[in-house]
Structure formats: C-alpha cells, structure tokens
Write a protein that binds this ligand. Structure first.
Ligand code: GLC
Ligand code: MG
Length: 250
C-alpha cells in the first residue's frame, strides 16, 4: 500500500455495477485517510452529463475531473476550477468551424446532442457496419484541409473529433507533470476506444473485463507487464487490477 494516482473512466469502467462501485468507493475513502491517493475521473461526457451522472450514482469527489474526452480539466471544487492553461494548450491549431464543416459533408455522421458539442470536441454517432469505410475518408478530408485532429471511434457507435493536443492520455500526462507524479505511481483504467490514449504511456493500466473490442484489440497488440486485462467487470475489475499491481491489498 502506498501513495498513488488513480485515473479512471466512468461509464462501463468505474460505473456499471452499483454494488461494486460502493465497495470500491468505501475502500478508497478508507485508504485516502491514511495515504495520499489522488482520484481523477476521465470521461467522454461533457461537464453537463457528468453532473447528471453525479446525481444518479454515488461518486467520490475527485481531485480533478477530465471531461469531453480529455479536452477540458477541472480541479476540485469542480464548479469554480476550469483549467485555462490546459484549454490554451488544447486550443492550439484547432479550428472547430473548419472541422465541423468537413464533417458535415458526411451524411452517415449523425450529430450527437448539443450538450456534447463542446469547444474542443465535435461528436457524432456512426453505425458500426459503415465505420470502416467512413472513418478513413473523414480522416483524409480533414488532412486535405490541413486540419490536425484526432478521430476517435468508441463502443462501435460514437465518433469524436478532437484537437491534436487533446485526449485523455495527454490530459493525464499534463496532470502528472503538475503534481510531479511518476508513471509507476499512476494507474489508469478504461473500457473503450476513447481510453486507448490513457494506456499509451508507461502508467499502470487496468483494462476492465468488459472492455469493448477496439480496446481489447489494441491491448492484444500492445502487451506489456504494466498493462493488465482484468477478468472482472467495471469497479470489480478496477479492484482486481489495483490488487494485481499492489496498489492495495484486500
Ligand atoms: C461520452 C460522450 C460522447 C462521446 C463518447 C465517446 O458518451 O457523452 O459525446 O462521443 O463519450 O467518447
Ligand atoms: Mg467508458
């Protein structure tokens, strides 16, 4: 047992099994009294949809919140602490209007609700059966317009276009730098495509047992001892992984 930073995705990673969520939360609460454990939620949701989830589920109050697929960061207390420095970094070379205009030529891309169209993220739904044909064309059109972006397909139905400096992984690197925490004291957890960048560094990685095909495929192609595929699902999988890496012993 030692000090560490826990970074976790919310939907279908931390949240998804209410009983397991309560057990994990109680354990973390207890350990937090003895050790310096920082908790960061890293979600694809906008702040608005995060607030909604926070009302529906029992979530601990995080030290920082990464929203909209790593394009915004808030520090505790969340309401008053939007991180402008991160926003400045993310906004570099990002032309939202131009990105939106390229994407709107694709009839197969169905716009997500307005709450999910945030300053540094443009989001659509895209059917799985045409995704492999549409995504390369979209990327080529963005490149032709010299728009440096990241196109992220998750859970076989959502597609996000982000600035090249954004993303969950980059946001975690930024926080680690700010807090001066090493990779071996950091553990990241996720279940789907928008979590892949979380695992691209040398942090300890927990992929929950219910992970989606795109993340599983990535994991099998990038195996190292510091990435762990749990057998159990959601918060139970996180607990299994924390034990595996020795961050906790239960
Ligand atoms: C969350 C967001 C959505 C995004 C998805 C995948 O569900 O609300 O906008 O497309 O995560 O990143
Ligand atoms: Mg998820």
């Amino acid at each position: 047992m030692a000090d560490f930073l826990l970074v976790t995705d919310l939907d279908q990673t931390l949240v998804g099994d209410d009983t397991a969520l309560i057990i994990l939360n109680e354990l973390l609460q207890k350990k937090r009294r003895e050790y310096d454990i920082k908790i960061v939620y890293s979600t694809g949701r906008s702040l608005e949809l995060y607030d909604q989830l926070n009302q529906e589920k029992y979530l601990l109050s995080p030290d920082a919140l990464i929203t909209s697929v790593g394009t915004e960061i808030y520090f505790n207390p969340i309401k008053d602490n939007f991180d402008l420095q991160w926003a400045n970094q993310v906004s570099e070379n990002w032309d939202r209007e131009a990105v939106f205009s390229v994407a709107s030529h694709f009839a197969d891309l169905v716009l997500q609700p307005l709450s999910e169209q945030t300053p540094f993220k443009v989001s659509y739904y895209l059917s799985e059966n045409i995704a492999q044909e549409v995504i390369p064309r979209l990327k080529a059109d963005l490149a032709r317009e010299k728009l440096e972006t990241q196109v992220i397909y998750s859970a076989s139905y959502t597609l996000d276009i982000l600035p090249k400096n954004g993303g969950k992984g980059a946001a975690v690197q930024y926080l680690r730098g700010k807090w001066n925490l090493s990779a071996d004291k950091t553990v990241v957890c996720g279940d789907s495509g928008n979590d892949i960048t979380l695992f691209q560094g040398e942090e300890r990685g927990i992929i929950v047992g219910n992970a989606k095909s795109e993340l599983l495929q990535w994991y099998y192609n990038h195996k190292t001892p510091f990435r762990y595929l749990a057998k159990q699902h959601c918060a139970k999988g996180i607990l299994e992984g924390l034990n595996h890496f020795g961050f906790i012993t239960t």
